[in-house]
Design a protein around this ligand. Structure first.
Ligand SMILES: CC(=O)N[C@H]1[C@@H](OP(=O)(O)OP(=O)(O)OC[C@H]2O[C@@H](n3ccc(=O)[nH]c3=O)[C@H](O)[C@@H]2O)O[C@H](CO)[C@@H](O)[C@@H]1O[C@H](C)C(=O)N[C@@H](C)C(=O)N[C@H](CCC(=O)O)C(=O)O
Ligand SMILES: Nc1ncnc2c1ncn2[C@@H]1O[C@H](COP(=O)(O)OP(=O)(O)OP(=O)(O)O)[C@@H](O)[C@H]1O
Ligand SMILES: N[C@H](CCC[C@H](N)C(=O)O)C(=O)O
Ligand SMILES: [Mg+2]
Length: 487
């Protein structure tokens, strides 16, 4: 669909100037990427206001300008469309432009502080195994069946979301499982998307740098459920304090999962070891390769979504029991008698869960050494909390760098150290260089010990001052363990 008036279907307009029948080559929100006859949508951002770049977009050949405030100078031959909310208009326009792909594929969005990637990855693997052509939009990667399309964000921008869904529909996909980050919800990256269902995993401390307060962060997640249509399902984790808040104004079908509270999808943990989980689900005892109680929640979420999409519970459990999960989530590397675990835990709750899971399966006096850092230019308030958790739950904690971005790495490390009391500081080491930190953890270990390398999971870079340097925890751990243990 590329006639402007069709692209504007269902967009809340304030006024228009110029030819509404004109053809639009593409929809762009970055003036630097404008091509001839593009429609440039001016969006106010966190750094700059896209309205400032209207002249630059015209210079590059934009034929249509979509904005919340019309510029003082109106140029002859250009169509101006004034809208109530540009970010929202961008999503709706992109959906129209790509032929409303979400009308033709069942899209399920997963939100929550932790567990989004794990949940959507399990769903994608499960539905592929069950014979469906399936799409995935996640932090680690985007996928159309087994074809990988690299991901730059947890949730892509509004135009990319629709373009990717179009590709999925063209490839015959019937389902798409996607993460909806709180940034994406607030920034309307999923506006215009018709969802078959939405899932809430949990909400704990993160991203206060962006949302300001925890209440605002809750509101961001809640918006996903407030905007759901009547025919969609809303599946929430009943054991999370905020589950009912999510459902409060939700028109969709309310569904719950949980281990403790009464829930539509409920399970009991029978055993939880480093080999996997055994769950009792409605009397069906099922073994899974996922580790930790938190993964019991993720598995229940996956089961709930599948059943709500019409799948047979027994078949789902059978297939799900053979699936491993997402890259960088509790990846175990055992070499020379030492077990290292690479995990993406980068929030206090995730770190606490992973460490408690490891402590729950520790058998004797083996040491647990945790290597952890906190991201630069991200929520500073989680730094002391994460450090405190690492020290409390481990034999020794080594604080190191994790994407310092534009901050001084030593400043970040000082913020972490501030969370550790004088009596515990002797249990810590601070080694800025991540490779050296991992090396030290290995040198301090003996046979039987466990090392947790937290925070980066699947990431294969260390981001310093705008440059991504190759760094892969699993790679470094494997190399150093092999070298230092002589295996
Ligand atoms: C803080 C944040 O979320 N920023 C996102 C936001 O950019 P922004 O609001 O800062 O944009 P801006 O630089 O102020 O520019 C405003 C507008 O002017 C336009 N512009 C700008 C310059 C110019 O020359 N011409 C021009 O037209 C820009 O294209 C933009 O439309 O919109 C951009 C387009 O969608 C995103 O790429 C960008 O993600 C940045 C890179 C980012 O790091 N985001 C992270 C925090 C993020 O989104 N994370 C979540 C996951 C969080 C989680 O794990 O839970 C994610 O979904 O990935
Ligand atoms: N349901 C859960 N509850 C709490 N912690 C979890 C849960 N699932 C996973 N985790 C922990 O959180 C980490 C991140 O998990 P995952 O990547 O699935 O979350 P995410 O919500 O996609 O995170 P992000 O917002 O950064 O993309 C995991 O490595 C694990 O440590
Ligand atoms: N999606 C999260 C990822 C954090 C991962 C961690 N390695 C870091 O860089 O802080 C964010 O952008 O805040
Ligand atoms: Mg994710």
């Amino acid at each position: 669909m590329n006639v402007l008036k069709d692209i504007l279907y269902k967009v809340s307009l304030t006024s228009t100037i110029g030819d509404m029948e004109r053809r639009v080559s593409e929809i762009v929100f970055d003036s630097r990427k404008v091509s001839e006859n593009a429609a440039f949508v001016a969006v106010a951002g966190t750094q700059v206001d896209g309205h400032e770049f209207i002249p630059a977009a015209l210079e590059k050949g934009a034929g249509t300008i979509v904005c919340e405030r019309l510029p003082e100078q109106i140029k002859e031959g250009i169509t101006y469309v004034q809208v109530v909310n540009s970010a929202k208009a961008l999503g709706v326009m992109a959906s129209n432009f790509f032929g409303n792909p979400s009308d033709k594929i069942k899209v399920v969005a997963v939100t929550g502080t932790n567990g989004k990637t794990t949940t959507v990855t399990l769903l994608h693997q499960l539905f592929v195994r069950m014979g469906y052509s399936t799409g995935l939009l996640s932090t680690v990667e985007n996928k159309i069946n087994e074809e990988v399309i690299p991901a730059t964000h947890t949730t892509p921008d509004a135009v990319s979301v629709q373009a990717l869904l179009r590709k999925m529909v063209d490839a015959g996909c019937t389902h798409c499982f996607m993460e909806a980050s709180s940034h994406a919800i607030v920034q309307e990256r999923i506006a215009g998307l018709k969802l078959a269902g939405a899932v809430f995993t949990n909400i704990t401390h993160d991203h206060l740098d962006y949302h300001g307060t925890f209440d605002e962060y809750i509101k961001a997640k809640k918006k996903l459920f407030d905007d759901l249509p009547k025919d969609a399902f809303a599946l929430v984790n009943a054991d999370d304090k905020r589950a009912m808040v999510m459902l409060q104004n939700c028109k969709g079908t309310h569904q719950t999962f949980g281990l403790k509270s009464a829930a539509d999808f409920k399970a009991k943990i029978l055993s939880n070891t480093l080999e996997g989980l055994e769950l009792d689900i409605n009397g069906r005892l099922t073994w899974f390769r996922m580790i930790g109680a938190f993964n019991a929640y993720n598995l229940l979420g996956v089961l709930g979504v599948s059943v709500l999409l019409g799948e047979d519970e027994e078949e789902v459990l059978r297939e799900l029991s053979g699936i491993k999960g997402a890259k960088g989530r509790f990846d175990r590397i055992a070499i020379g008698g030492i077990t290292a675990i690479v995990d993406y835990a980068h929030t206090p709750d995730a770190l606490d869960n992973v460490l408690k899971t490891i402590n729950g399966v520790r058998t004797g006096n083996e040491q647990l050494i945790t290597v952890v850092g906190c991201g630069g230019n991200r929520d500073k308030t989680k730094r002391p909390t994460m450090a405190k958790i690492a020290v409390t739950e481990s034999t020794k904690a080594i604080f190191t760098s994790d994407n310092p971005r534009f901050e001084d790495p030593m400043e970040i490390l000082r913020d972490m150290q501030a969370g550790v009391g004088p009596s515990e500081i002797r249990k810590t080491l601070t080694i800025e260089d991540r490779r050296e930190a991992i090396k030290t953890a290995i040198m301090l270990s003996q046979r039987g010990d466990i090392i947790l390398v937290a925070g980066k999971g699947h990431e294969d870079y260390q981001e310093i001052k705008g440059v991504k340097h190759h760094f892969d925890d699993a790679e470094v751990v494997t190399e150093l363990l092999t070298q230092l243990t002589g295996n």
